[in-house]
Design a protein around this ligand. Structure first.
Ligand code: FES
Length: 103
């Protein structure tokens, strides 16, 4: 579905998407790396387990939630890749934010 034009060769960085090395253009988002990796899904919905991939690419749909460098619930379309970044599928429901001291 997504391919890079062979006549344009931007600087690239290597990231790991679910353990697989993927080269992506410098400045691309982690969601773009997920799509270039060809994963069937980056997360599953918590209620039905339906597979999801990045959709809007602008921070609206939350279908791109992923674990990035060990931090869960990151909107991968809003995160710029850097060399060695580790992007993993999001499993299960998001946890609610609780401020320190809250019960
Ligand atoms: S792809 Fe929609 S919020 Fe990231």
């Amino acid at each position: 579905m997504f391919a890079q034009r062979p006549d344009i060769r931007p600087a690239t960085v290597e990231v790991l998407v679910d353990g697989t090395p993927v080269r992506v253009p410098e400045g691309a988002s982690a969601a773009a790396a997920v799509l270039l990796a060809g994963l069937p899904a980056i997360r599953e919905t918590p209620v039905t387990g339906a597979p999801r991939l990045p959709y809007c690419m602008m921070g609206i749909c939350f279908d791109c939630l992923a674990e990035i460098d060990g931090v869960a619930n990151r909107q991968s379309c809003m995160v710029t890749v850097r060399p060695g970044m580790q992007i993993r599928p999001q499993r299960g429901a998001r946890e609610a934010y609780r401020p320190e001291g809250a019960a």
